[in-house]
Write a protein that binds this ligand. Structure first.
Ligand SMILES: Nc1ncnc2c1ncn2[C@@H]1O[C@H](COP(=O)(O)OP(=O)(O)OP(=O)(O)O)[C@@H](O)[C@H]1O
Length: 476
């Protein structure tokens, strides 16, 4: 088959050949979608527009240099193969950045779902794993976190309603940015992923979700590799940008600055921003004033601590989804005992369910007390990290603020490590949670502190006695 293209003209082929080209493209899209999965397809591949054909070469156009490079590196070979299979006259595929005035066929609208439009057998091979391809900028959306699996109650109904609204009508006046805040493990990340999943499912939007920590590391990496322009371009080409745990940017002035510019560029271009943090914008001291002001300009929604009723509903829903029968008595017991956050509640229930499945025994109250012995013990003590920091600071005669400061002098660093060690031993907080309470330190710093203190306790009996004394005081 030949494609009627005048050599000098490099025009998008019209009439029959144009139609054939479009049909081939629909088939290729359908195959690609089956191979890479819905989310990835919508994020990256719907940005491609058909460009001109020149002899045996077709040009595919992308809106930015970054996208062009990304699509070339991730899908370039596959695109060539598919074109060649579907339309053997095409032997080469050229990927280019669209220039103003380029003759192009528009990208595929999502309403024209290619898999519906053309019936083609799905490929046999397993789809490429999304996290691998997206890890460079975005974290793949967790498919478990949807609106359907989010249990709504008084403490989170407002945040839930706002999240739904943004998912239904992104960038509406008054909802941009959407700022979700609340304590640890109360569902902020879950709601953000739910927004992303809904948006991707509904329409032709590209969604980027990442933690503020990842934002910073990507930014630093871009500076090192002298590719900040690409980083900016990549971020600014998305329709919806979601940044989780923004409090991580406190004290990271350069990254804050970059985020501020990205934020402005996106909002000015009518794109949606969703941000989460552990405090409201006005309480995020340590963030630049101008950023705090802009963050508070849209909709600010608080997720409150769970109530007993909400904890029960969440447990009921998760138990039902697992298929294991968990008696109401056990659910009530857990909802009474584990009040701090949903993540822990869920973790406890999952452990019970795993136990029941493994040993084929029914879940009873006795079994619960036995299986969750350590978690329940930690909750009985109810020692808080703040309390540990205060007692340790008093004992070693340092300022409480040094628990979160950047000072590295041993007289300060050692008691801080002891406090981290005790926080790990006496509370059920995870390493990242502990790190956050110690001036937003990384979980690896906490891990190092825990092993360092354990090692010192083995070597130095006087030090071990000090730490043990501290532990007894805190436990009593
Ligand atoms: N209302 C809810 N319904 C169902 N599951 C929930 C709800 N709230 C929280 N969860 C579950 O609890 C776990 C922790 O939630 P999530 O990670 O969203 O918390 P977070 O507020 O982002 O915490 P962090 O401050 O640590 O970032 C997740 O597995 C989530 O699915």
């Amino acid at each position: 088959m030949t494609i009627g293209v005048d050599d000098d003209e490099r025009a998008f082929p019209q009439l029959e050949d144009g139609k054939a080209l479009e049909e081939s493209w629909l088939q290729i899209c359908s195959r690609l979608k089956g191979e890479v999965g819905e989310v990835e397809y919508r994020t990256w591949l719907t940005k491609i527009a058909l460009g001109p054909v020149d002899g045996d070469e077709i040009t595919l156009l992308l809106p930015t240099r970054f996208l062009r490079d990304w699509v070339r590196s991730q899908y370039g070979d596959r695109l060539s193969e598919l074109w060649n299979q579907v339309m053997p006259a095409i032997r080469r595929v050229e990927l280019q950045v669209a220039r103003p005035g380029d003759p192009v066929a528009p990208p595929l609208a999502l309403s024209e779902d290619p898999s519906d439009a053309v019936s083609i057998a799905e490929p046999e091979e397993a789809p490429r794993s999304a996290p691998e391809v997206r890890s460079d900028l975005v974290t793949a959306l967790d498919t478990r976190f949807t609106f359907d699996t989010f249990v709504v109650g008084k403490p989170n109904e407002f945040a839930y309603a706002c999240a739904r609204r943004v998912a239904e009508k992104p960038s509406s006046v008054g909802f941009n940015p959407l700022f979700l805040y609340g304590g640890v493990g109360l569902g902020k990340t879950h709601l953000m992923h739910a927004i992303g999943a809904e948006l991707v499912q509904r329409g032709n939007v590209s969604v980027a979700y990442m933690s503020a920590e990842k934002f910073m590391y990507r930014f630093i990496a871009a500076i090192r590799s002298q590719s900040t322009m690409e980083f900016k371009e990549q971020l600014r080409s998305v329709d919806v940008l979601m940044i989780d745990d923004l409090q991580f940017l406190i004290g990271k002035d350069n990254t804050q600055e970059e985020f501020f510019h990205t934020f402005n560029a996106l909002v000015d271009a009518g794109r949606q921003i969703v941000v989460s943090a552990d405090k409201s914008p006005s309480d995020l001291s340590g963030l630049e004033d101008r950023l705090r002001t802009r963050l508070g300009c849209g909709m600010v929604a608080d997720i409150h601590a769970t109530t007993f009723e909400l904890r029960i509903s969440i447990l009921e829903s998760k138990a039902a989804a697992s298929g294991v029968v968990v008696p109401a008595k056990v659910l009530e017991f857990l909802a009474h005992k584990i009040t701090s956050n949903v993540r822990e509640l869920e973790g406890a229930l999952n452990r019970l369910i795993a136990h029941a499945n493994l040993f084929g025994r029914p879940v009873t109250l006795e079994a619960t007390q036995d299986v969750l012995h350590d978690i329940l013990k930690a909750h009985d003590r109810r020692v808080t990290i703040e309390e540990i920091q205060k007692r340790v600071a008093e004992h070693w005669n340092i300022r409480l603020t040094d628990m979160s400061s950047a000072r590295r002098a041993r007289a300060v660093a050692r008691p801080r490590q002891v406090a981290m060690y005790l926080a790990k031993q006496l509370t059920s907080r995870s390493l990242p949670e502990i790190g956050r309470k110690f001036g937003n330190r990384d979980h690896t710093t906490v891990m190092h502190a825990v092993s360092r203190v354990a090692e010192l306790m083995e070597r130095d009996p006087a030090f071990a006695e000090d730490v043990e004394l501290m532990r007894r005081m805190l436990e009593s």
